[in-house]
Design a protein around this ligand. Structure first.
Ligand SMILES: *Cc1c(COP(=O)(O)O)cnc(C)c1O
Length: 378
């Protein structure tokens, strides 16, 4: 089969390696690998299977529909979801043995109604807002939520198995919000125990907290980005600093090569004008595939083992690179980013070039991009 013009190649052996490495870092806490948003652009099902096989105790997703998709694909292990608007209807989720999160008394009522419809108790995690001010139960509502959960547990409608929260500034390990949130979390846990509940799964840490803040590990860590081999704290170190291996390589093939004189405007708006005669290569991937327009004139790619600057505005289907003195021909491989082990740019380089975070660089990949897998037991 001929090579696709543009593809994301996901190394499942890297996912397996990262899973084992993160379990080692988290021990004695259990490891949840977060596979929401199509596995951060890596493919939810393949990542889920690989992470399970490599020893991830738990999988986590944001949406109930993502959790149901995992079940439909045959996943049967511990699985938590945490985000839904009112009116969701929890019966299918409870029936599928998926752990659910309540962030308010109203949401808890909806979950309990779903459990009543299925005739089995919902496995419930209570979420407290300790300072992110996004989701989670506001502290003033917490006693009411905890008391309602205790009552529903006594009635056999729910089983409170977890209490959790989410950190706002874990990627800045010295930020005072981290200590403040852990303190608020401990106070919330006191209230849970005072209500006679003793859930076995207390969890708080995301990737940056897992890597930098052992006090946050508790019973279970929820790791997304680091499982894909990306660093959530690039200021502290690249993935390799933490023993992680980037799993995703984004590559394409040059669609065309042309020679132009000095003084030629390139791509929409002529935001780049050649300063000398140049060989320009055309890369058939653009913002339709999730390449950031904000990376225009700032990112680099690797062609023939050499770094080449991206020039002119990134378009919907394509962008242009300056091939310099290289001998590249149409059809030659262009590596947009990869692990960085062979001189190629990294996803973090594209994040820096585009003025965004590496989470967005990989998660937004899609459109017409082909995805293929290497490694693992496919
Ligand atoms: C996405 C998410 C995570 C994973 O965050 P990373 O920084 O990618 O590890 C953990 N917990 C919650 C609630 C999330 O939404």
């Amino acid at each position: 089969m001929s090579r696709p013009d543009a593809e994301a190649v996901v190394d499942l052996d890297a996912i397996a390696h990262n899973t084992a490495r993160l379990q080692q870092i988290a021990t004695p806490a259990a490891l949840m690998v977060v596979v929401k948003a199509d596995g951060y652009g890596h493919g939810m099902l393949a990542v889920a299977r690989t992470a399970r096989a490599a020893g991830a105790d738990w999988l986590g997703v944001a949406l109930p529909d993502e959790a149901l998709a995992l079940r439909a694909a045959g996943d049967t292990g511990p699985l938590l979801c945490w985000l839904a608007a009112p009116g969701r209807g929890y019966a299918p989720v409870v029936d599928a043995g998926i752990d659910v999160t309540a962030s308010s008394p109203v949401q808890l009522d909806e979950i309990a109604a779903g459990a009543a419809d299925t005739g089995r108790p919902a496995r419930l995690h209570l979420k407290i807002d300790t300072g992110l001010s996004r989701n989670g139960c506001p502290p003033r509502q917490w006693p009411q939520l905890v008391e309602a959960a205790a009552q529903l547990q006594r009635a056999g409608r729910v089983e409170v198995v977890g209490v959790w929260s989410h950190l706002a500034c874990a990627d800045e390990p010295d930020h005072p919000a981290n200590d403040a949130q852990e303190d608020a979390f401990d106070r919330a846990l006191d209230a849970v125990r005072a209500a006679g509940l003793h859930p076995p799964l207390v969890h708080l840490a995301n990737s940056p907290a897992t890597l930098t803040r052992p006090s946050s590990h508790r019973d279970l860590v929820r790791v997304g980005l680091a499982a894909y081999g990306l660093s959530p704290v690039p200021g502290i170190g690249p993935p390799q600093h933490f023993g992680l291996r980037p799993a995703l390589t984004l590559r394409a093939r040059l669609a065309a090569v042309r020679q132009v004189p000095a003084g030629v405007g390139v791509s929409y708006g002529h935001t780049h004008v050649t300063s000398r005669p140049a060989r320009l290569g055309l890369v058939p991937v653009g913002y339709g595939e999730g390449i950031a327009v904000t990376a225009s004139n700032a990112a680099q790619v690797q062609v023939d083992g050499r770094r080449c600057p991206q020039v002119g505005r990134v378009c919907m289907d394509q962008f242009v690179v300056d091939l310099g003195a290289g001998a590249a021909e149409p059809g030659d491989e262009v590596v947009l980013f990869g692990p960085g082990d062979h001189g190629e740019p990294t996803a973090q380089d594209w994040a820096t070039a585009g003025g965004t975070i590496v989470y967005e660089v990989v998660t937004r990949l899609g459109g017409r991009l082909h995805r293929s897998y290497v490694g693992g037991d496919r």
